[in-house]
Design a protein around this ligand. Structure first.
Ligand code: ATP
Ligand code: MG
Length: 674
């Protein structure tokens, strides 16, 4: 079951003092688990290594950083962090260049290895670029940016769909020491403008038009509209994704034409470890998007290490993360992680159902993909269309399947495992956030044989010490027992974590550091099983209290989604005069199944009381055509809460909403129901 009651068990304080002991086991080869760990004395298996990485964090990260990154100048201090103050600094004294780490060093050893496969929207028209070609593209662009006045410390906004020039733009910024701010190229002009203004960019990089799901999207026009309210913008580089010309203004620069005039060698800037690498605004599921700041060495190291060990990535594998580069998942696992590891990464420009629901699996067959990393929302969507779209294609190259972004409900997990992965590929449910820089909890870090429990993120990554706190009392101490739930915090810093919020350092400390002083507060809830495995139960704001029973909305949704006619659901709590909070469920039915709503209601109530408890039966069920989602595909429960609470004036920031019309449909449906 998802979450056993969700009640807090005994709370106490525990010190991490000297939890690492040399166990002295023989016969295990640590180098086989993780070659970087070969020199750690007394570490003989994965569990020792986990303890070592947490308890001797400085030694662990210093050794890994020396081995995995190429430094211009070595660091003198591994970390200088104080979470209670919001001070997070790693590898100080060190200098490096991220683009050199992602490109040049692989060009020296294997220049013709494919770095990027661009899976264009038009099926079967992929474009491959070798490390040599990507370096040349990056250098030309770096030289162009420099020539046009972009300096170290500037922040360039990138508004492009996933494509090699977008990756080269990110790396060109890194090469010359500018920070980048990638904005998802599906956001409206207003949302883009807000992010450009907050980042104070004077340069924007875009394409004439985007193409997605067979439709042309006028990206350059959106930029034109956005910069009307962005006085800082002085130039816009425009690459040509389609052949259709667009109106160019005095500020616009024809990117490819100008790049062709540049040299293919570009001197990399020597960057301090703690210089900013990029800003990235969160997806905005809960409120106003935050511009999180990630820096050079720590972020790159963490992205590279998690990419290699969470997915068991081996040299020569083809890795495919289908997230857009506008999200942190695209940053860490389409770009920085794979490239730092000299891997081959697929950039996916299309949608899971274009030209048909077999798109992902046809791509897997054609590109011989080994690791596939996607979101539960897409899995739930494809599941609706049935197995035949999967069976049509050869998936024998697949070795690992990953999930990220939301809790993956049982039905989706099982379908992904059984149908897509033919029951032989491990499914890794990876938990992390824009704030964490990379994956923090995942089933199999560096252990290809470890047990996997369906729908659980399970084990912390190296250097991560998760703890569960009492959700009722901020500032309290953590729960030591197992089979318990609480607020998920991380007890010590790690190199990949965000350093601050751009322009709002106070919001950073208030949001993440102050609720439980000395700990990083994630805002998510988790359950720790008897075995000590973690399961994310959703955002803490999504926990509801029905007649004194605390229950995660994800737990109820998981059961609802198991009803045969239900495609998707969203559950929220509302104020109830007797129970404290009641349960309101929004349910989307599968298109292919013909059912009466009354029958589904009966089935939902049966399942909820059987699988959870009587109190988990929804008070209201609203059948809807669609649910409001962020552009990254996450359900926006805060909007649903406002509709149910009749607070239509205060729907909040809707700039990240995928389709505003859905909100009207939901409001109408709510009126009809009551
Ligand atoms: P905002 O912070 O602006 O509200 P967001 O939290 O959706 O937006 P992201 O950083 O992209 O922005 O998402 C991280 C969140 O996604 C996590 O805090 C968690 O709630 C959810 N999440 C990510 N991966 C998982 C997972 N494997 N299981 C459950 N939830 C997940
Ligand atoms: Mg968040």
């Amino acid at each position: 079951m998802w979450l056993s009651g969700g009640r807090m068990a005994s709370v106490g304080r525990q010190s991490f003092g000297s939890c690492f002991r040399v166990l002295g086991r023989r016969g295990c080869n640590t180098a086989a688990v993780m070659p970087e760990a070969a020199g750690f004395e007394g570490v003989s298996d994965r569990s020792d290594l986990q303890d070592f990485s947490v308890c001797s964090s400085d030694s662990f990260w210093a050794a890994v950083a020396r081995q995995r990154l190429s430094w211009i100048r070595p660091f003198h201090t591994v970390q200088d962090c104080d979470l209670s103050q919001g001070r997070i600094r790693w590898f100080e004294g060190g200098k490096l260049n991220v683009s050199v780490n992602c490109l040049d060093r692989h060009v020296h050893t294997c220049p013709e290895r494919v770095a990027v496969i661009w899976e264009r929207d038009e099926p079967k028209s992929e474009v491959k670029l070798s490390y040599r070609q990507l370096l040349e593209m990056t250098c030309r662009l770096g030289n162009l940016l420099r020539r046009r006045g972009v300096k170290k410390g500037d922040c360039v906004t990138i508004y492009m769909p996933p494509c090699p020039l977008a990756v080269a733009s990110m790396l060109a910024c890194a090469r010359i020491g500018a920070a980048h701010n990638v904005v998802f190229a599906g956001f409206s002009a207003d949302a883009l403008a807000e992010r450009i203004r907050d980042a104070q960019s004077s340069t924007v990089i875009t394409v004439n038009q985007g193409v997605r799901g067979g439709k042309v999207i006028e990206l350059k026009k959106t930029v034109d509209a956005a910069i009307q309210s962005c006085p800082t913008v002085q130039q816009v580089f425009v690459a040509m994704r389609t052949e259709n010309p667009v109106v160019m203004t005095a500020k616009d620069v024809a990117m490819e034409e100008e790049m062709a005039k540049e040299d293919t060698v570009c001197e990399p800037a020597g960057m301090d470890s703690e210089d900013t690498l990029f800003l990235l605004y969160t997806s905005g599921s809960t409120g106003k998007p935050k511009g999180l700041v990630h820096t050079q060495a720590g972020y790159l190291l963490y992205a590279a290490l998690t990419h290699r060990y969470v997915f068991s990535y081996h040299d020569g594998d083809v890795f495919s993360c289908v997230a857009d580069i506008g999200w942190i998942t695209g940053h860490s696992y389409s770009v920085y992680g794979p490239l730092a590891n000299g891997g081959t990464t697929v950039l996916f420009e299309s949608t899971p159902i274009y030209p048909d629901p077999g798109r992902y699996w046809e791509m897997v067959q054609r590109l011989k993909i080994n690791q596939f990393y996607g979101a539960p929302t897409a899995i739930r969507l494809l599941l609706k269309y049935g197995d035949k779209w999967v069976h049509k294609y050869d998936r024998s190259t697949l070795k690992t399947l990953g999930s990220v972004g939301e809790p993956i409900n049982t039905e989706a997990w099982e379908w992904y495992h059984r149908v897509v992965g033919q029951g032989r590929c491990p499914v890794v449910d990876t938990w992390w956030q824009t704030e964490t820089g990379g994956i923090c909890i995942a089933p199999r870090p560096a252990d290809p044989d470890a047990e996997i429990v369906p729908g659980m993120a399970m084990r912390p990554f190296f250097g991560i010490k998760p703890v569960l706190m009492d959700t009722e009392v901020y500032g309290s101490s953590f729960v030591t027992s197992n089979d318990t739930s609480g607020a998920l915090c991380i007890a010590q810093p790690w190199p990949g974590m965000a350093r601050t919020i751009h322009n709002d350092p106070q919001r950073f400390t208030e949001t993440y550091c102050q609720p439980y002083p000395g700990y990083f507060f994630t805002g998510d809830g988790a359950y720790r099983s008897k075995e000590g495995y973690y399961q994310i139960t959703g955002r803490l704001d999504d926990v509801i209290n029905v007649s004194g029973h605390r229950i995660g909305t994800a737990e109820i949704e998981d059961v609802l989604n198991q009803c045969s006619a239900v495609a998707e659901s969203a559950v929220i709590g509302f104020s109830h005069s007797i129970k404290g909070q009641g349960i309101y469920a929004f349910v989307v039915l599968k298109k292919s199944i013909d059912v009466q709503e009354a029958d589904v209601t009966r089935q939902i109530n049966d399942m909820a009381s059987k699988k959870i408890a009587k109190y988990a039966c929804p008070d209201y069920i609203q059948f809807a055509q669609r649910l409001p989602k962020t552009r990254s595909g996450k359900i926006m429960r805060r909007v649903l809460r406002k509709v149910v609470d009749s607070e239509l004036e205060g729907l909040g920031d809707l700039s990240t909403l995928d389709d505003p019309e859905v909100v009207q449909e939901i409001i109408q449906g709510h009126h009809d129901l009551l």
